[in-house]
Design a protein around this ligand. Sequence first.
Ligand SMILES: Nc1ncnc2c1ncn2[C@@H]1O[C@H](COP(=O)(O)OP(=O)(O)OP(=O)(O)O)[C@@H](O)[C@H]1O
Length: 450
Amino acid sequence: MLRREEQVWSEVLDNVSEQIHTPSFKVWFEGTYPMNLYEDAFEISVPNILAKEYIESKFKPLLEEALDSVTGRDGTSLIVTVGGENARRDTPVRSDVEAAESILNARPTRSVRVKYTFDSFVTGAGNRFAHAAALAVSENPGTQYNPLFIYGASGLGKTHLLRAVGQYIEEQDPGSRVRYVTCEQFTNDFINSMRDNAPLQFQKRYRENDVLLIDDIQFLENKIETQEAFFHTFNALYDEEKQVVIASDRHPKHIETLEQRLVSRFEWGLIADISPPDLETRIAILRKKAILDKLEVDDEVLTFIASKVLTNIRELEGALVRILAYASLYSRQVTVALAEEVLRDILPDQAYREIPIELIQLEVCRYFGISKQDLIGASRSKNIAYPRQVAMHLSRELTNESLPKIGKAFGGRDHSTVMHATRKISDAINSDRDVFNQIHEITQSIKTKR
Ligand SMILES: Nc1ncnc2c1ncn2[C@@H]1O[C@H](COP(=O)(O)OP(=O)(O)OP(=O)(O)O)[C@@H](O)[C@H]1O
């Protein structure tokens, strides 16, 4: 006899099946399993996170309406759990779901060690300094750069570098004691040690290490007592010449209420920032991911994704995974058109608001104080030729226009001229921090005006 939950779910599915495109219905609902019927909610289990996200974003209201009508209640919420404990083990899993799942899980099932290494870290102008510093620390821990403080916005590879340092040191010296913690974990350990009246245990845990890697230190903000605990931990490690590497989403000076003595401790060592990757680096990151995960994707598609997801590398990788999962689920080829279809659903409209070349030209002219006529004219003097190369480079970076089309917008120049300009500015960005900052500033002003 069917359980009540099974009866309800089967009726709900009957109810909604007519309203959902058949292949889609099969893919998303075949592996679902009814878990619990509560007074005001119904819990189902699904086989993977993709199914959870998809069901929640596309079908939740429809399913909740059907739940109300089947149970005769009002306002039943649907709870979707991934692979819940009681999930039916004998559910025949469709091969396409399985394929998608394997793609989606490709990352998590990889061990952290394998994944967060220096080898898998792609360098570009925005992270080269932080990468070099992390590598230097790994080669000579506790000596030159102590502490190393890495800061930058979310999803730019801070955790990756921290883990890479730990992995490298452990590999070189398997006996070394390396501890990676988030600031939150450090805070909880500290609070628990106070509660349990076990300060020595806490000290042992944090001071008896050769390398302490502490992530998201900005969470020390407003936690005065934890700051105190960290101060003492830091001093103890530092005095023993143990390496401390810290990651934060902002410069120590901008962590409000961070005690000055901690700020100056951080300044004793090396502070390295990470900024968002340029187009070339974004493509290289996707390419590397495709190779590591043995995924076959055309460069054209990778370039397209990289041109749409601009700042957060986690989102960049997530976009690729999602596109592949969709292609697999619907047995479609991974093309630019498919990528566009999938990304439209998840990216903010802004990513689709095209940046016109004219806007780039306008902003570059404004920045360098030259006229548009000069910019697209024939002058080869340095104060005109350089801004022109910058504008061509940015047109390549920020638009999907082809080289010939960009050349045309710059007074009918040849595509090889655009290619040359792009290469020249890319090289300058990589070798000269001032150029990097300049291009970053112009890019920001263009993005805020699109
Ligand atoms: N330069 C890079 N090369 C290859 N992969 C990268 C690079 N930078 C980041 N990633 C990948 O992007 C994802 C996000 O990176 P990570 O978690 O290190 O970011 P984060 O700066 O610590 O973010 P948050 O502040 O949100 O914790 C990870 O999967 C990481 O491996």
